[in-house]
Structure formats: C-alpha cells, structure tokens
Design a protein around this ligand. Sequence first.
Ligand SMILES: Cc1cc2nc3c(=O)[nH]c(=O)nc-3n(C[C@H](O)[C@H](O)[C@H](O)COP(=O)(O)OP(=O)(O)OC[C@H]3O[C@@H](n4cnc5c(N)ncnc54)[C@H](O)[C@@H]3O)c2cc1C
Ligand code: SF4
Length: 561
Amino acid sequence: MSRFANALAERQPDPGGRRWVFVPYDQLTDGIGVLVRSEPSDVGIVLVESPWKGSRRPYHRQKLALVLANLRHFALEQAERGVAVRHVVARGPYRTALEPLARELGPLAVMRPAERELRADLAPLVRSGGLVEGPHEGWLTTRAEFEASQPKGPPWRMDAFYRHVRRRTGLLMEGARPVGGSFSFDAENRRPWPGEPAAPTPPIFAPDEVTCEVGELVEKHFGDHPGELDLGSLPATLDDANRLWRWAREACLTDFGPFEDAMSRASSGLFHTRISGLLNLHRLLPARVVAEVAAMDIPLASKEGFIRQVLGWREFVHHVHEATDGFRDLPGGAPPVAGVPGDGGWSRWADRAWPGTGVAGGLDGGACPSALDTGRSLPVGFWPDRPTGLGCLDRVVADVWREGWSHHITRLMVLANLATLLGVAPRELTDWFWIAFVDAFDWVVEPNVLAMGTYGVGPLMTTKPYVSGAAYINRMSDYCADCAFDPRSDCPIASLYWAFLDRNRDALESNPRMGIVMRSSAKRSERRRRRDRGVLEWVWSVLDGGDRLTPAAAPRHLEEE
Ligand SMILES: Cc1cc2nc3c(=O)[nH]c(=O)nc-3n(C[C@H](O)[C@H](O)[C@H](O)COP(=O)(O)OP(=O)(O)OC[C@H]3O[C@@H](n4cnc5c(N)ncnc54)[C@H](O)[C@@H]3O)c2cc1C
Ligand code: SF4
C-alpha cells in the first residue's frame, strides 16, 4: 500500500449513510458547494486521479505534481475532519471511473467543471443521471452579469465587464464613483524595475512523505514529460497555500502595481503573487483573495491592479470561453477543431512521436481559429535546453521549464509576442502553454493564448494584437544587457515586428488602435521592407532547423542601410 493510501486509511471515517459528491481535480476546497453547507459526517467525496488525463499531453512534471499533491492532501484534510473519501485511479476518461461509483453510491453531485474538456468527458454521465450538476460556486460573477455588461454582444471587452462588476459589487466604489476617481490605474503601472525595492524571494516548502511520494510517482510514470520537478517550491497542503498567500500579501502586493509590466533576469516573478496555480485548483478561493486585498492598506494602484486581474480578467476570460464553447462557436463561423490533442512541438524537440492517448472518449484537441491565417510550427527553442540566441526568449523559456510558470508580461510580450511575430499557429502555441504552465486549464489558457496572445480570434476579446519590437522589451526589462544582439541595431525582433505589420496590413489597417504603427509601417522604404522580410526568413530557417541565431551569422539583410 502506498504511503498516501496508508495515511488515508488511518484517517478514514465510517463511510455509511452519506451524500456523495464528485470533486474534480480543480475544486479542491471545502469553502464552497455541498462541503461548506454539510456536516462532515453527512458527506462523502469521490476523488479521481487520472494518469490517462496526465498523458493526454506532455505536461510539465511540476504541473502533474502540483495537481496530484494537492488532490492527495485535500483527501487527507477532508478525511481528517470527518468527510468520507473514495479515492480512485482512472485508466481512461473520468467517467469510466465514475460510472461504477454512481451505481454503487447513488447519483453523485458535482459543481459544473471549469474545464470544457472535463465537461465533455462527463456529459454522458450527466445525461444518464449518474452525475447531478450544480453551479460552480467558485466564480465571482454570473453569465447573466457578463451578458448585461456587454448588451450588444460580441466583441466583448474586459473593461466594460469590470466596470459593471465593480458597480454591482460596490468594490472600490464610493457610491457611483470609483475610489480614486478611476476604474483603472494602469497608466501608473508601467514602470521598468530599477533593481529596487528588492524583489521578494518566494517561500520554500518542506515536502512531507505524501508529497515526496507524488514526486517519485511523477518521475516514474511520467518520465517522458519535460520540466524540472522541484518539490521545495510546490505548495501542497492547505498550510502551504496559506503561507504562499501570506507571502504574496506581505512581500508582493505593495509594489505589485508599479512593476506589474516589468521583466528582469534578477527575478522571474518580481512582485507577482504566483497564486494562479492554487487559485485555479481552488486551494485559494478567488472571493477570499479579492476581499483580503480590498481590505489591505496598500497603494490604490496596486490594490486596484490586483483586484482587476482576479475580479476582471480571470472572470472575463472564463465567460468568453463558456460563451464561445471553447472558441468553437465564433461570430464569423466555426473554426476547424483538432481531432487529437496537440503536443505543442514536443515531438520535434524529442525527435519521436508523443504517444498521447489519441482519440479517446470522444474528446477532441480543441478549436483551431487563426484570424491572421498563420500556421507555422513552434520553434524547438521553446523547449528545454535549445537556446535560440534571442536573449529574452531564452531567459523566459528557461524560467518556464524550471518553474512551470512565468508572469503575465513575459507570457504576453516575450513568449506569445515572438510566436506571433513568427506566424506560429495559435493552436500549437496554446497547446505549448497548456503543457508548460502549472496554472493552465482550457478555460483560462485558450482565451489568453488563442485570443489575447496571438489575436487568433481577431478583435473578439481584445482590441488589437499584443505585438512589439525590441524597443519595448529593452525598455521594460534588463534582458538585452545579456544578449548577443543589440536592441538598437542588429536585434532581429525589430525586423520581425515590421515584417509582421507589413504582411498583416489588410487585416490591421482599419484597426484604430493600430493607426500610428500601421502608418509608420507604410512609410518604410521598399528596401527596408525587403530587409525585414529577409531577416524573418533567416530567423525562420535557423529556428526551424533547431539552431541558434548569432549576430555573426546574420545575413547582410541585417545591416542598416
Ligand atoms: C499568453 C498568456 C497565457 C496565459 N495563460 C494562463 C494560464 O494558463 N492560466 C492562468 O491562470 N493564467 C494565464 N494567463 C494570465 C496570467 O498571465 C497569469 O494568471 C498570471 O501570470 C499568474 O501569475 P500570478 O499568480 O503571479 O498573477 P498575478 O500577476 O499576481 O495576478 C493575480 C491573479 O490574477 C489572475 N489573472 C491575471 N491576469 C489574468 C488573465 N489574463 N487571465 C486569467 N487570470 C488572470 C490570476 O488568477 C493571477 O493569479 C496567461 C496570460 C497570457 C498573456
Ligand atoms: S536584444 Fe533583442 S533578442 Fe536580445 S534580449 Fe533584447 S529584444 Fe531580446
């Protein structure tokens, strides 16, 4: 028997006479739903561990460990307080494990899963009555609120939604007016980080025997999966979650706002809170973090900035995902859907096919919109230990495979920016993010990458593509100081940016938010445009070959005219 099974058996109460609830892997809380309203002795929970799900994509080992360690500790914590726990391992889709349990225990209650992929898996069991779905009480806003905030329907805008929710909740409001006179202080929050105040160091956790066993299991059964496994940085118990959140409040939130967009070699996270993984598993509840930050005595720009991320962006992307059925139902028509999950380029990196789980359980590989009609493969340089020579990209990619995480601006303005400038297929980049990040689940990674990061669904959710050249990266980070290229002269990203604008002229010219840059692009001489295109083709050929870009090997196109 495993150490976990032993520990569970020691705590397990008498399972008789209980109402049973299926708790999905990302609803690990007793702060909402049936668990918060029931006496522990009246309720039993079913927890399913699924190596099948873990093998659908080559997920980062840290992500597998985070989910498994939290699920197992949640099981122990619930048994400890008197809730009966049925812990099972699924060799196939979740419903294959749940069907016999529903027959044995009676219909299982479940809060509507956040992930579409899990909803699709469970749908037959919901139809047959084996599962009885209720609302997911972890969300802070309803679909009706989302729709009321955007009465004309799509395109949807986060700021309209956020203002609506602030007014409805009264959060950071003085009557009808926002505290401080503005709903957003973003304009004050765009400072590069000069090296002080000192960046906080995230807490280290002491893995107990249950977490260590999860680490061994991940190493043994998911050996083909990439990414470093670091149990010391993995919050696994409820105490760990509370400790991370205390650290975030005490060490990060005061300076969160001003340096929100900054990037640095000295700290992968700067003043970001790193709580997304735990929020998405519901080890920390969104309602709690919003309420506690609202009550903190910190500068308004930081307070509002943080609350906007959770109450605004996090809720908004979830609604867009639901409203579009995971981007399968778009105003311009239905995009193609992948038959099987993509591996984000793993097979090119590992030089063999990802075994995966193929077409199983009627689950597909996700929608493949591409508003800019791009379809290139993701360079292997996005995978571990294959540097591209682009200092910013290599730094952030290394951070991701070390930590399973990077902060918002490195995701948007380095990773997604570079992939978009290179014309990578939005689906392939989305799959890569889904695989590489500990906090990635379809409802959050698809809106952020398909819509925000790549402009893959056009202006449906964001007003313009988030692309930039080397000047932005140089202004907001210290990456360029450690790079073989110079952002002011030979950095290829500058040309990639102009080449992007040039080839997407028809799609972007009429976009009012792109007016200035499109006019500058139009003024570029024919010779410069040819050079931009030449640089793009050089970068494509080097990175597609898995090689490294160097200034010395750059073609003459790179020379300034
Ligand atoms: C290309 C791209 C991919 C992303 N993929 C994911 C993902 O897979 N999972 C994920 O949780 N977030 C994703 N995000 C959003 C955001 O980058 C992360 O939530 C954030 O970096 C997590 O780190 P943190 O907890 O330190 O966040 P903080 O900066 O401290 O912000 C606090 C919280 O706000 C929420 N939040 C902020 N922005 C967003 C957003 N755009 N969407 C949803 N929640 C948001 C998160 O829950 C986060 O924990 C992505 C963003 C981009 C641009
Ligand atoms: S010089 Fe260019 S490639 Fe190098 S870090 Fe700066 S922006 Fe990135």
